[in-house]
Design a protein. Structure first.
Length: 600
């Protein structure tokens, strides 16, 4: 597991505060120090007030009561000043911490986008991102407030310690001695708690979140009811909930044990300190007011230190969790494509895969094995094959989302790695099987295909007509302004309508290469054929890749590439491959027989 440095993390977070606003940060420090200093002054004023009241009772007929009123007024005034400074400090910290939170959230979002797709393929990477978000959103403001609170309490404890030393030198070392075991125990428990949460609770919490989602997410609702899975998943949920409760109880018992030891040590030393103060009173070395001050200072010092240590533990713990944040932000950004070669316009020689081998992270199985082929400019190519044959992986590699372990991909004889990834993707448009249902207005759902035209309503309506979206716009309450999806109370569309929107998005770009990667898997064969025909018509003069598990649609292509077990077995037109009587002919015959027998 990674090495944690909690105090370095706290320092890093305060650097963000300082960079955000040095002036406000300085104001926060000044108000915090002042707030911490005032309780010590208040305690001296209480002692003075007690002495004045005692003195007045002894000489009632000879002196006025005015000094008592003055001391009482000053005491009240200082209490009010402390309240004002504390509220000002909290207000300033809330303002500044929210700004820092926004800045860090922006960094996480940006970093998450910049990370290579392989980062998300690894479970530990996903856990790391979730811990970073959890550590930021739930702990940042607490860490800032708690750190300032420690500072305030320590300043107060310092004034009280000076007060005790002025009463008798031995009182200072004694109260400090009492704090050592408490501090050690709290630091130790903080580290143990972090390890416990990191190794034990996080995996269980993820399981609980998942099974909770199963019962509350719309996507699971139909199958949970159809297959009557509620009891099955409730048992799973209860299993992990029981594990969570047992682990939490075990941790709480350890907490109580360490707290009990701490309390015994503190109370023993406090009794010794109280005895010394009483001896000083009996020896008439302290006045009645000084006795009150000393006794209260001893008790308050322990309370302030105890509070500081309790908060210190939270700061230490939050500082360790903040390591998740910094560890994620410090991850190197691996760009599969970081070249600077200009993209050829237009493409003259085409696209070439040369002995390409690829496997996904943490997986020893080769998904592609020595794949080689050439595609001429303006050709329409279909990739066919059984599930898992590598069709979608070829598309991902072509888009530069992954880098092959062996071999090379060329566009106009220029290696793909020679292009910048953003420049490359500007010349591609694609619709994937799992295209996104953005919970946005219809016009924005279309325009995000090319944000350069986000305000160009004519362009949006033009591609809406070409893609078929215009056919149902008039049925929507607010036309192109209609909010889509149920997340924000919008209108839910059918699968076919969402598919047309995805097609419209892809048409917002005037690109060189188009990819249609099984976005019609949920449509019936006739509807799918119409979509592919529409796509082929719109993609004239562009290099086009079609991926479908239905063999019939491949007939729309100039050539067909057949993949099996990550290898390119066949390459040719429909008629050529049928005559060849290989894998394609076999797949075509199976599906044709299925349809003849009344299959889908």
């Amino acid at each position: 597991m990674m090495k944690t440095t909690p105090f370095r993390n706290v320092y890093q977070l305060y650097r963000y505060l300082w960079r955000e606003s040095p002036f406000v940060t300085l104001l926060i420090v000044i108000t915090t120090i002042t707030t911490g200093f005032i309780p010590g002054v208040e305690l001296w004023m209480i002692g003075e007030l007690v002495d004045q009241v005692h003195h007045w009772f002894e000489r009632q007929n000879q002196e006025t009561f005015s000094p008592v009123y003055l001391s009482l007024s000053l005491l009240i005034a200082f209490m009010f000043i402390r309240y004002i400074f504390r509220e000002a400090s909290e207000l300033l910290m809330e303002y500044l911490s929210e700004r820092v939170l926004g800045q860090l959230q922006h960094q996480i979002i940006t970093k998450g986008y910049e990370m290579d797709l392989s980062f998300y393929d690894e479970e530990e990477s996903y856990n790391q991102l979730q811990r970073a978000k959890f550590g930021l959103e739930n702990r940042l403001s607490d860490l800032y407030r708690n750190t300032l609170s420690i500072f305030e309490h320590l300043v107060t404890a310092g004034t009280l310690l000076i007060t005790l030393i002025l009463g008798h030198w031995i009182l200072g070392p004694l109260v400090l001695l009492a704090s050592v075991p408490s501090l050690w125990l709290k630091v130790r428990r903080s580290k143990d708690h972090f390890e416990f949460d990191y190794k034990v609770l996080t995996p269980i919490r993820r399981q609980l979140d998942y099974y909770g989602q199963v019962f509350t997410d719309k996507g699971f609702a139909k199958e949970i009811r159809l297959f009557q899975l509620q009891q099955h998943f409730i048992k799973r949920w209860k299993l992990y909930k029981t594990q969570h409760q047992k682990n939490m109880l075990r941790n709480e018992i350890l907490e109580i044990k360490s707290s009990a030891i701490n309390e015994i040590v503190l109370n023993l030393l406090l009794a010794i300190i109280s005895g010394i103060i009483i001896l000083l009173i009996l020896g008439k070395k302290l006045s009645l007011g000084a006795f009150v001050v000393m006794f209260q200072a001893a008790i308050r010092f322990q309370q302030e230190l105890e509070t500081s240590m309790g908060i210190f533990r939270d700061v230490y713990e939050n500082g360790m969790f903040a390591q998740n944040l910094f560890h994620f932000l410090e991850q190197p950004i691996h760009k599969p494509l970081n070249g600077s070669h200009p993209f050829p316009q237009p493409i003259q020689y085409g696209i070439r895969f040369e002995d390409v081998w690829f496997r996904y992270p943490n997986n020893n199985k080769w998904v592609l094995q020595g794949v080689s082929f050439e595609v001429h400019p303006g050709e329409t190519i279909s990739f066919v094959g059984e599930n898992g044959s590598g069709k979608t992986t070829v598309m991902k590699l072509l888009l530069g989302l992954y880098t092959p372990q062996q071999g090379c991909i060329y566009i106009d004889n220029i290696p793909l790695l020679s292009f910048d990834q953003n420049t490359l993707r500007e010349h591609f448009s694609a619709i994937f099987q799992d295209y996104t249902h953005f919970q946005l207005p219809l016009n924005e759902n279309i325009s995000i295909g090319n944000m350069k035209f986000s305000d160009n309503q004519e362009r949006i309506k033009e591609v809406a007509v070409r893609s078929g979206v215009a056919e149902f716009v008039d049925d929507l309450e607010k036309g192109y302004e209609t909010m889509l999806g149920k997340a924000f109370g919008g209108t839910e569309l059918s699968g076919g309508q969402w598919q047309k929107i995805a097609l419209a998005r892809s048409l917002m770009r005037d690109v060189d290469i188009l990819i249609l990667d099984e976005p019609t898997a949920s449509l019936d064969p006739r509807a799918e054929l119409l979509v592919f025909e529409k796509f082929a018509e719109l993609a004239k003069h562009q290099t086009t890749f079609l991926v479908s598990h239905r063999i019939g649609t491949a007939r729309l292509s100039d050539r067909i590439f057949v993949l099996k077990d990550g290898k390119l077995l066949e390459n040719g037109t429909h008629d050529q491959l049928i005559d060849y009587k290989g894998e394609y002919a076999k797949l075509f015959s199976i599906q044709a027989a299925w349809y003849k027998e009344g299959g889908r």
